[in-house]
Write a protein that binds this ligand. Structure first.
Ligand SMILES: Nc1ncnc2c1ncn2[C@@H]1O[C@H](COP(=O)(O)OP(=O)(O)OP(=O)(O)O)[C@@H](O)[C@H]1O
Ligand SMILES: [Mg+2]
Length: 202
């Protein structure tokens, strides 16, 4: 069974840093097959993990839009291209989502991409997903199960409120989250009483 860990929170609070640390922790302490997913359109998880990034799922979607080689089905092309886009590290792999689906439905290809990515996820023991604040990618998976949702905030009220909003968002998006944790990063001194009155847990 794949353990899915999603990291989300307000911009600049340390999501990518935490995702990178988490991948390293799993690698050192747990072992097994680990897939890091960069679900932020501005893809930078590879920099933290020190891997090169040659192609994103967004690039592949655009390529497929302009047609595939005659004799190849779109499904075959997408399946092959996404598997090729998985960057292989020594102890973990990385897949970057790149730019989102965007306006104008390209439904058939998007649906195929979602099930291809979910199929890839199933081959790993751990999937660590670094999300942008809107959790767009999480809402678009065909599998809605998330074992751990880690909400990252700084010590500010705005960060805490954003984390709390994301708990509501995950419910609205019907994501089946088993465990939610609030991680308060970059705390200097103690948390203020105002911050600690906001509850982000379930
Ligand atoms: N605990 C910490 N102490 C010091 N610096 C930190 C800490 N956590 C994160 N940073 C730094 O803060 C900056 C923002 O971190 P990071 O990119 O991980 O945030 P993010 O939430 O992923 O941002 P974005 O919303 O833009 O994706 C980086 O320069 C990172 O090195
Ligand atoms: Mg980030």
């Amino acid at each position: 069974m794949t353990v899915t860990i999603a990291v989300a929170g307000k911009g600049g609070t340390g999501k990518t840093t935490l995702s990178g640390l988490l991948v390293r922790h799993l690698m050192n302490e747990k072992g097994g097959k680990i897939l890091a997913i960069d679900a932020d359109p501005s893809s930078n998880l590879h920099l933290v993990l020190d891997l090169k990034l040659s192609q994103t799922v967004g690039d592949i979607r655009e390529e497929a839009r302009s047609g595939v080689t005659p004799g190849t089905t779109r499904q075959d092309f997408l399946s092959y291209a996404v598997r090729m886009a998985v960057e292989e590290g020594d102890d973990f792999d990385l897949l970057a989502m790149g730019r989102p689906e965007g306006q104008g439905c390209y439904c058939a290809a998007n649906h195929m991409l979602r099930s291809i990515i979910d199929g890839i996820n199933k081959g790993y023991d751990y999937v660590v997903m670094d999300n942008e604040a809107g959790m767009e990618h999480l809402s678009r998976r065909t599998t809605r199960d998330v074992d751990y949702l880690l909400l990252v905030s700084d010590a500010s009220m705005r960060g805490m409120v954003a984390a709390e909003t994301m708990v509501g968002m995950s419910k609205d998006l019907e994501i089946n989250v088993k465990n939610t944790f609030l991680i308060v990063n970059r705390v200097q001194g103690k948390l203020t009483p105002e911050s600690s009155t906001v509850r982000a847990g379930r």
